[in-house]
Design a protein around this ligand. Sequence first.
Ligand code: ACO
Length: 323
Amino acid sequence: MIRSRIIGFERALPPVTVTNDDLAKMVETSDEWISSRTGIRKRHLVSDQNTSDLCIIAAEKLLEKAGWDSLSVDLIILGTVSPDYTTPSTACLVQNALGCKNAFCFDIAAACSGFIYSLSVADKFIKNGGVKRAIVLGGETLSKITDWSDRSTCVLFGDGAGGVLLEAAEEGGILYEDIHSDGSKAMALTAGYRANKSPFYKAEPKNDEFIDMNGREVFTFATRKVPESIKKVLEESKTSMDDIKYVVLHQANTRINEVIARKLKAPHEKFYTNIDRIGNTSGASVPIALAEMNEEGLLHKGDKILISGFGGGLTWATMLIEL
Ligand code: ACO
């Protein structure tokens, strides 16, 4: 059976960092409120870049470190809910910048689960035999869909991108996955509604371009569904938590991730966290965390890790990977 093996991890963060104290000068909040409720102390925000710019930097590093010829890439998938354009896809912009002329390219909109949804789709193309090499990215510039006067959301998010290379292999790679959506809770987390400005449009125009969230509902959803999903992956793959080196959860909120760890009765040290420095970067958070773990020397060939994303849609997805 063909497997999809991950052979590189990279990230790109914008150079500007914004602390909680910086935000406290803009809206009525404090470092104490933000850090105690979310674990976030600072975040990177773009000053002149878009989602494609960050993704291009991450993808260039991936190709360079792996020594892949850009023409050898068959597929580029990019998870984002803050693309540069509706069309072209951000993945096509990355393709052009990298000269990956032989790749077919598209974006996936699954919010904070977007990177794992993208990995899942790339994995199927590889398993079907049509694709040998893929670039899978998660990138966001959430700052452009954030209402900077809304203290309940503007303190949460950051900008960034991360990604991996996937290659057809004989063993290891993506071993098992569990993926879900629940559109009945779609309105718990929304962003980017586009008003119809056509002269023929007669309904009341709705203006809802910024992130809007029912924080409690999202908290309840994540702390219920993510442990269920991780348990299912472990049970069905006949893997024990003892076999897992790290669990890399979407970095939404430290308190969510602490509840998930408690429900799984798993040691705290298995859960990588960087939300204090990066904030919530939605679809970029898992690949950014993986790239940082790799830089810190935490990831080794043969290690089994779990990755899990959850967010807008609502969507959630867990994957068991052997490095
Ligand atoms: N600074 C100070 N006060 C604030 C701030 C802020 N930044 N934001 C909200 N408040 C106030 C509210 O106005 C409210 O005041 P009031 O009681 O006078 O009306 C009070 O704090 C409590 O507001 P809640 O929204 O109920 O705050 P809560 O304690 O629930 O914490 C939070 C909000 C941290 C977002 C919480 O709901 C949560 O952890 N939700 C999980 C969802 C999440 O983290 N989402 C991230 C994005 S989605 C994703 O990635 C999956």
